[in-house]
Design a protein around this ligand. Structure first.
Ligand code: FMN
Length: 195
């Protein structure tokens, strides 16, 4: 079937579903996090992860000040938390207190690790590239936290036990277990969520 040519790429939703991360950072005792769907692993040796963030985001400012961040992978049972964190601004609220998010101690950075994450990576910023209001931040992984019971011996995810959050764009999330798509309005969860 012939493809239609369109004039813009819009929001790149053709690339979805994507697993949104929670990128966290901390500076001078102030913790924050944001949802990030635009990210990728870059290299295993050295272990590098890249993501793209708007430069106005509070999390980005904490990363610039500290030179560190952590990426957290949440199970689909916590999709509402992704919507809430991605729908609220650290400048206006303490997301950890507002949503009742439990933190675990990081070991090599100051960036908070989310207790509900099934995996998290602490990273030191090694490079960034700015593009008109956006920055691609590249970090080297300096510590990896995993909930071992959710992974097979070869390191792959055991989806009998845990499923990642899958985001389709336009506030829609795919729930693999229930084989359905549900809409989680970020402004609703940003206002109402309490774990
Ligand atoms: C599922 C989801 C994915 C998102 N992905 C990105 C992203 O890749 N890059 C980005 O800059 N913002 C992304 N956002 C928006 C930020 O998470 C949002 O603007 C957040 O409020 C920033 O928080 P902060 O200002 O406290 O850092 C996403 C939001 C959601 C809900």
């Amino acid at each position: 079937m012939a493809k239609k040519l369109i004039n813009s790429v819009g929001s790149f939703y053709q690339h979805y579903p994507r697993i949104p991360l929670i990128v966290t950072a901390s500076h001078q005792g102030r913790d924050n996090g944001m949802a990030v769907a635009w990210h990728m692993p870059m290299s295993k040796n050295p272990p590098l992860i890249a993501f793209v963030t708007g430069t106005s985001h509070f999390t980005y400012r904490l990363i610039k000040e500290s030179g560190e961040f952590a990426v957290n992978l949440l199970p689909e049972t916590h999709a509402e938390l992704v919507a809430a964190i991605g729908g609220s601004k650290g400048e206006e609220c303490d997301k950890f207190a507002t949503y009742g998010i439990s933190k675990e101690k990081s070991v090599k950075t100051s960036a908070p690790i989310l207790a509900h994450a099934y995996a998290a990576f602490e990273c030191k910023v090694v490079e960034e590239k700015l593009y008109e209001g956006h920055s691609m931040v590249i970090g080297e992984v300096v510590a990896t936290h995993i909930q071992e019971e959710y992974f097979y011996d070869d390191g792959t995810l055991n989806m009998e036990k845990v499923n990642p959050v899958l985001y389709l764009g336009c506030e829609q999330y795919l729930n693999i277990k229930q084989a359905g798509i549900h809409t989680l309005k970020r402004e609703v969860y940003a206002k109402e969520l309490k774990l």
